[in-house]
Design a protein around this ligand. Sequence first.
Ligand code: NAD
Length: 263
Amino acid sequence: MDLKLRGKRALVTGSTAGIGFAIARGLARERAEVIINGRTEDKVVEAVRRITSEIGSSATGIAADLSSAEGVNRLLERAGRIDILINNVGIFEPEPFLEISDQDWFRFFELNVMSGVRLSRALLPSMLRRNWGRIIFVSSESGVQIPAEMVHYGLTKTAQLALSRGIAESVAGTGVTANAVLPGPTRSDGVVDFLAKVAAEHNTDQAQVEAEFLRTMRPSSLIRRFAESDEVANLVVFLAGEGSSAITGAALRVDGGVVRSIV
Ligand code: NAD
């Protein structure tokens, strides 16, 4: 299927590693002009180099920390025209509910939710003028099955579902769509680092930690394994393309069956 992404300009937030990098690479394979984002110049340059050398297509990058309005503005000042906005950036860390401070609640909300609010608000008017656009939030199965070990994270992922649906409602009848995707446990760079840390603490290996996590924390997984970042990216790349034009206001799972719902 030709996704008709050639010439479209796509911004993927938090894309120097993990799912974001896989999405950026997938879009570049389809000949979209991709803009990489991460916090440091070094990592952005390296991600752009990897995509350019692997795919041979043009990618550019903008270093900006999206955890504040100033950081988002820095990105916007250099972004230019954007047809496809992938709100991927997000942080996660287990913390018992009773120990989550106000500061942590706001830190999670600011990056996981407000970066997407600020970017969508700034970029939507020009998408509407061109009557074409894609806004995609990378939420999580944790947005519908709130994890006891990180309630603050779950809240931000539910908020993203409301946000993407609300944006879709607000642009009804136009060529702009807004959707959310809900990955399940995925072997991204951030997750691999986390699993390696837990494995070292428990004197075991990463495969054991993964198996134990699925058995105790996500027993409803039907694939019984972590997904790869590319498996999540495949859905996002399809949604970014022309062929997804009748999909909007949707929350689409790519969670290996973790959410036990048939609709
Ligand atoms: P990751 O940690 O592997 O990569 C995160 C990326 O975001 C990196 O490029 C990092 O540099 C960038 N980043 C972090 N903080 C930033 C900031 N303040 N400003 C700009 N860039 C920043 O993460 P991941 O696992 O690939 O997660 C990506 C998204 O997928 C997140 O929204 C996460 O909630 C969601 N998700 C992940 C999983 C999973 O199991 N990996 C499951 C469900 C949903």
